[in-house]
Design a protein around this ligand. Sequence first.
Ligand code: ATP
Ligand code: MG
Length: 1037
Amino acid sequence: MMTAPLPSTDGVRVAVRVRPFSQREKTSGSKCVISMHSRTTTTIRDPKNPEHRKTFTFDLAYWSHDGFQKDQDGVFISADPSSQFASQKDVFHDLGRGILDSAWQGYNATLLAYGQTGSGKSYSMVGFGANKGIIPNVCEELFQAIEKQEGNEEYQVTFSMLEIYNEQIRDLLSRTKKPGGLKVREDQQLGFYVDGLKSVPCENYAQIERLMEQGTKIRTTASTNMNASSSRSHMVITIQFKQVFLDSNLTKQSSINLVDLAGSERQKSSGSEGDRLKEGSRVNLSLTSLGNVISALADAATGKRVLHVPYRDSVLTKLLQPALGGNSRTTLIAAISPADICYEETLSTLRYAERAKKIQNKAVVNTSTLMRESKAENNKVLLTRGNSRMAERPACLLAEPGPGPQTGQPTWAHQLEQAREEWHQQYLAIAQERQMTETLPHLLNVNEDPQLTGVLKYFIQAGSCDAGRAASNAILLQGLGISDKHASFTNLDGKVTVTPQSKCKVVINGVPIVTKTKLQHLDRIILGSNSAYLYIGFPSERGNEDLNRFDYDFFQLERAAAEGVSVDKLGAAGCREGNADPSVLAVFQDYVKLMPLVAEANQMGKELEKGLRMELKVKNLASSDSRGYDLQKEVMVKVTHQRTHEVWIWSKAKFINRKFLMEELYQRFLEGEDGRVAQEDDPFWDPVEVVHLGSAHIWLQPLAYCMKLEDQVEFLNCDGIEEAVLHIHVTPCSPAGQACGEEDVVIDPSELLGKRMDFQIGLVRCLGIKWLKEGAERGIQMGYRIYDLSSTFYTKPVWKIVNPQIEETVQFTALNASQEFLNYLQTNALIVDLWGLQEGCAQLSCSQPDPMVTSEGHIMVDTKKISTVMDTGQTTSNQISELYMKLLKLEQEMELLRNVNRALREENVLLKYSLEKAGSAQQAQKPSDSGKVTQTPAQLPAEGEIHHTSAQQASSDRELAKALKVFYQSLNVARGQFLRLRHYKPPEDDGLLRPFVHQQSQRLKDFGELLESSLWRLKSDVARIVKEKRACSLHPG
Ligand SMILES: Nc1ncnc2c1ncn2[C@@H]1O[C@H](COP(=O)(O)OP(=O)(O)OP(=O)(O)O)[C@@H](O)[C@H]1O
Ligand SMILES: [Mg+2]
């Protein structure tokens, strides 16, 4: 890759980088939607509409998706010279060198990494293992270049590292955490700065490496203590670089800011949108504000009038003010995933980058005389709040760096001296840890963020040691659900064992343990809710294993498998030729992702004494699909109050939103504040609501044949288990409500086309409602919607009865049955939903405006035609109804006339045929009887005979139609039985499996018998009709 030239103006420079597929993406068969046809263009293809492509042009486009191989040091390099692969070196070459050039010239420089979680921001910024990212490379080259300088100059480098989580700033180089975090202050000259942030003087790259390690350790500990996800936090590293030209008494200084932003994914609006606490969390505030600032600046750059750039809205935007539109040369690296499932997020990242590209900065060289600087420093000293052993002073991002040689402030030389002492101590500690790592068995932390995995080590010394929260433990662990004394480890005779304290959660390789258990090298251990560790055995047990294999996903998948959750189980119905459906895979991934979060939420709830139990459920959306398709699924969280038994159902998005709020509350509680909040602000609380218990499918096909349906169907809940049984009637009837009889049954539903159809839906009874068995004070309502009606019909609430008599019947009318309606009846089911009412909740009622009704007061369905007429809007709705009725009447009369016409035509054909037959018989007689010229009436088929033939024909047609009707009827019953058979799911409990199999085979037998008897009856009926017909033709009259 060539070095791209720096822009002549100070426009924000933008680069895009696409990473390889992750393991997860590979397993789910993801497709790549990104292509880069030149060094500057990025094209994204819409997976749902491949024709739809969008190309973005930025300063640089890095293809790191494929075309690479690992060299012997583990570094990813191009697989061959023709490969367009961009390695870490290539990226550093362009972006890192650009930053260094700016720094040497005395400009401030900022590099921001933006992109969704897991898109590769940290990979580009920090890197992994041998694949070092921009930050370490910039630092290393900076010192290399300093070493090469030979003039009479002094170089001062200081390093600081902070994290912003939930609008709180944490100093990642300080072991003491300030409650509430460090504060951002504003100075007229300096702008915004972080008060009390530690800024450590460094003399070589090794020291920076050490500081970064230390910072990552603190970040990891913070992330496990607070169980806060690091992908939600922003990390900012600032290197202050000052060149002092001693001959000329001049200084040049640069502030280099390297920012690894939080994952940019937007909360899916569906689900959490309706949450009453939607705006409560501040976790996204910094990122949202950053977006707003960028948009405002982009607008300003394109000539739009912008009154206000909202820098002050968040901590991050305050600190980045100079980088965005101010005194800095700024680069943004947009990290993107190649996968089709990330299409929306990737597109949004590219759009974001496009806006950032428009921003214009005003960077200047920061030079100063030593005299002037001393004055500024004096002012700064007045602002200083920090007080630490290392140079702890107001390190402001992008503000004037480095202390000057004035009184009251330690000189640079003095600061270095102080730092050296500390370095010495640290190097001893590192050497000791290194030695222990090589000789002792230990636990390695495994974090959701790969950057934070393997950072913490807990050594298991010979003998026995306790692990837990209390300071007295040899292994001091923190994290949700970890008790003061959680477990004991022993290291005796070359064996390591772990024993959980009573009731403390210890999971090994996915399986919870309660007694002393021997550990094997590479065992996976989860302590408490979700603190994950990999056990590294004695040196003799270790080989050349790839530890990266045991990442966070590995732990969670193993745990899910042990709990019986798998793709196969979730997608049992949707499996096609061994390939799991993508939507099932997506649900599985959601499930595995949410599983530990639910465990954490439960633990927080427990400690805050909320008395709730949260469980993950998979909701089968097929239960709301009237065609019964079985694929769409969705995860949700069922929340139950353990004492009152109140139940709530939360969507995934709502749960995630609530989880952030719970963390905030829990954090305050841990910091000694009161854990209580007003009920309306409590993330654990919601008003009581109606709960969806299950759905019943009633196939409507019989109605398309004008046949009555009387059925007992199960309400199945989201687990496919029976929640209750519904006794329902669907009855075709006359306009007056008289039930139709057998004579009204039609053979072909198209016979009903254009005709008036009336039918009644009667919910008779509900039996064995579990919801009421579990809580006697509860109630139920049922609701259903049919065809094109926009309103749902709800039954009246019934309370406290397990087998309530409902007896609610509604008559529906299709005045002019359309083909679509008839198709609907033949292929769809009526879905009746069962809703659970709880004390104090509002009952369900029809939310839509009143539906249209007939003159008899029946509810009209299949009203598309009427609506079309009404849409013309030329007449009032009363007139329309009248006109429409007339139109229908006319249409019906026309249909009648058409039928008469058809019958007459058929009779005509018959007569013509008889005449022709008679004519040809006469012709045949002619040669033998030439004398007879005229035809006698006797030789013509007698009129009576014709009538007799047609009467006979009509009677056998009737018979045949009747036989077919009977056959259709019984086949429909069979179909119903078959559909029910398909719906029965085997019980979870193995003990119930035998009765289930027995019942199922009995049902199969009944089904077979019904099929046999229907066929037999059809055969014998047809045989009888044929026999009768033959007898008639042999003995006419
Ligand atoms: N260019 C790349 N080449 C190889 N692997 C990569 C590359 N980019 C990212 N990865 C891998 O993808 C995974 C996620 O990357 P990374 O941790 O950098 O994402 P992130 O954007 O920092 O996510 P988060 O917002 O959660 O911090 C890591 O395992 C990383 O090794
Ligand atoms: Mg990251």
